[in-house]
Write a protein that binds this ligand. Structure first.
Ligand SMILES: [Zn+2]
Length: 283
């Protein structure tokens, strides 16, 4: 059994759909907030879990407790076909929660860019890869508690078995992939020394499947890839270029109207192609 050649896996990028991605964005931002401790967050999480299950993934809730309160992650798995002792594990993650920093738990927090854009991205990649046979295992996670301090991803990583920890070859995090802040569409790949092979794979995929300008940083901060990197796992954040120019982050102004869907689609094309290659996708 052999993985596809570069040509064939980059072809999967063409399966990324503006229409289904936009529908997922609309569904996620229709919740008044996705604050980790709101009932609306639970509704959104249940919706994501239902989608994963419909697509055929083995789906579970993972409780996330901190500050005396509880939220949850949704975890979805699809097994590869390689013999078990040769099977590696590839992750795609994003935080599902949003926040209105000036308001309380129930204040309006559409979180379109931060981070419906990334969570809808996980759903779109889940859709594209659902029917693709791969050598290695795929795991998709949407996290809660990110805005309070990366709690969902910290707890997920802490609870990994040693066996899973040792077979992780790639973690792709998406956080804020939908705004155009630069003259030309661009992406920042943010990782650490241990994730250089993931950065290289993503940069190659960006070149092969998009016209994105690629920036790289080895100073990871402030999103869920940090929880993996702190555990010496090869994680990379994919994020719109110059994200700090999005001044609507964590306010009621972070709405769908502020998004440039073509930026998100390019980042999803890049991620899908790189993931398919790493997973050993077969035709
Ligand atoms: Zn975020």
């Amino acid at each position: 059994m052999r993985g596809l050649s570069g040509m064939a896996t980059t072809g999967l990028a063409d399966e990324v759909s503006v229409d289904t991605y936009r529908m997922a964005l609309e569904d996620l931002t229709a919740h008044p907030t996705r604050h980790s401790f709101s009932s609306a967050y639970r509704d959104a999480a249940r919706m994501v879990a239902d989608r994963f299950a419909e697509l055929g993934y083995a789906t579970r809730e993972e409780p996330v407790a901190f500050s005396g309160r509880e939220t949850l992650n949704i975890v979805a798995d699809k097994p590869g076909t390689a013999p078990e002792d040769e099977r590696r594990l590839v992750y795609v993650v994003a935080h599902l929660d949003s926040i209105n920093e000036a308001g309380g738990v129930n204040a309006p927090a559409p979180g379109a860019d931060d981070n419906a854009s990334g969570a809808a991205g996980v759903l779109e990649i889940a859709r594209v890869l659902a029917a693709v046979v791969t050598l290695h295992d795929l795991r998709l996670v949407v996290f809660g508690g990110e805005e309070q301090g990366l709690h969902g991803s910290r707890i997920h990583v802490a609870e990994l078995t040693d066996a899973d920890r040792q077979r992780i070859i790639m973690v792709v995090n998406m956080d804020m992939i939908g705004r155009l802040n630069t003259a030309a569409p661009s992406v920042l790949l943010e990782g650490a020394a241990g994730s250089q092979h993931v950065i290289d794979a993503l940069a190659q995929a960006a070149h092969d499947t998009t016209d994105l300008e690629v920036f790289v940083s080895l100073e990871p901060f402030a999103s869920d890839h940090v929880s993996f990197i702190d555990a010496d796992l090869p994680a990379v954040l994919t994020i719109e270029g110059q994200d700090q120019l999005n001044l609507d982050e964590h306010t009621p102004r972070d709405t769908l109207a502020g998004l440039d869907i073509s930026v998100a689609i390019s980042i999803l094309r890049m991620n899908t192609a790189a993931l398919a290659t790493m997973l050993g996708a077969r035709a």
